[in-house]
Design a protein around this ligand. Structure first.
Ligand code: NAP
Length: 284
């Protein structure tokens, strides 16, 4: 049986909604467990992980800046972690570290939910803004959704190219990296835009792209969930485009992680969404 102790490791980590979400599900499933936030510096990661394993934790989620390091120290890795070279979940199994990446499937489920009123995005183009870990997951999620043409745009162009090279072996789609200025030419033929940059977080300005260039059947997804409606999503809503905020990805990746950590598959319910929205409002 899985232990009922788990947590999220990051630096900083106090802003994380994961404890709120996992403890909601533990309560819902009448499990007498606990999921805690663990602030851990980069230099302390491996020692802390060994300590948590020895203390009987089932595993931990990883957030910035630990996803790549967690992947690197794992003894076993799942295909999504291998493709992204990053882990958002480490399970402690038989004293070994098992790396998973539920961000990819979490985003796939969120996009399917958000796009269900629309035609499939297959055979069409998606633009991913950003070149960090979230952008990696976004490229793979688009590929899982059978998008045929994925273009990565990043403020620092060389990082977009590095990301393209790193994931090109794992995707079937045509994958390109382009300079930020290519937006003007690419946008009119784009059906899905994903903001995987941290621009827009905590009310900072959203990425500088002109949404009026997108066609009226395009959808815009922002992985930032604080605030729930970023400047980018507000602009998209005013244009009448389909909008998908970052909470869906958070909840779906969390549900997959909860099942691996605690052995029960929780529901991504309206009650959970409202609980998390309230926590965001309260600044928890
Ligand atoms: P990261 O590795 O630090 O990458 C940040 C990216 O944002 C880089 O590509 C960076 O570009 C770009 N960027 C930062 N400020 C910018 C600006 N003002 N204009 C344009 N680009 C800018 O971060 P990450 O882990 O990929 O996370 C990115 C975002 O996704 C964060 O807000 C995170 O909260 C969110 N996220 C959400 C979920 C979810 O479940 N909803 C899951 C994971 C991540 P440069 O390369 O030029 O610096």
């Amino acid at each position: 049986m899985n232990s009922l102790l788990a947590g999220v490791v990051g630096w900083p980590v106090s802003h994380s909604l994961s404890p709120c979400m996992h403890n909601f599900w533990l309560h819902e499933h009448e499990m007498n467990g606990s999921y805690v936030a663990l602030p851990v510096r980069r230099s302390d990661l491996s020692g802390v992980l060994a300590g948590l394993r020895d203390a009987g934790f089932s595993g931990v989620n990883l957030t910035l800046p630990h996803k790549e390091a967690a992947f690197a120290i794992a003894h076993r890795v799942d295909p999504a972690a291998r493709a992204t070279q990053a882990a958002n979940l480490l399970l402690f199994r038989d004293r070994r570290f098992e790396a998973h990446n539920t961000d990819v499937e979490g985003l796939v489920l969120s996009l399917k939910e958000g796009l269900r009123e629309k035609k499939a995005v297959g055979n069409r183009r998606a633009i991913v803004l950003g070149a960090g870990g979230a952008a990696r997951a976004a490229v793979l999620a688009c590929d899982h959704l059978n998008v045929q043409d994925i273009c990565i745009l990043n403020r620092t162009g060389s990082r977009a190219d590095t990301l393209r090279l790193a994931v090109s072996g794992s995707v079937r789609a045509a994958l390109n990296a382009a300079p930020w200025e290519a937006w003007e030419a690419l946008a009119p033929e784009t059906q899905l835009l994903i903001n995987a940059t941290s621009a827009g977080l905590n009310g900072t300005p959203s990425p500088d792209v002109r949404l009026e260039l997108l066609s009226s059947d395009a959808a815009v997804c922002d992985l930032v969930y604080n605030p729930l409606e970023t400047g980018l999503l507000a602009q998209a809503r005013k244009r009448g485009l389909t909008t998908i905020n970052g909470l869906g990805m958070l909840m779906h990746q969390g549900a997959l992680a909860f099942e691996l950590l605690f052995g029960a598959r929780p529901t991504v319910s309206t009650a959970l969404r409202e609980h998390l929205e309230q926590a965001l409002q309260d600044g928890t």
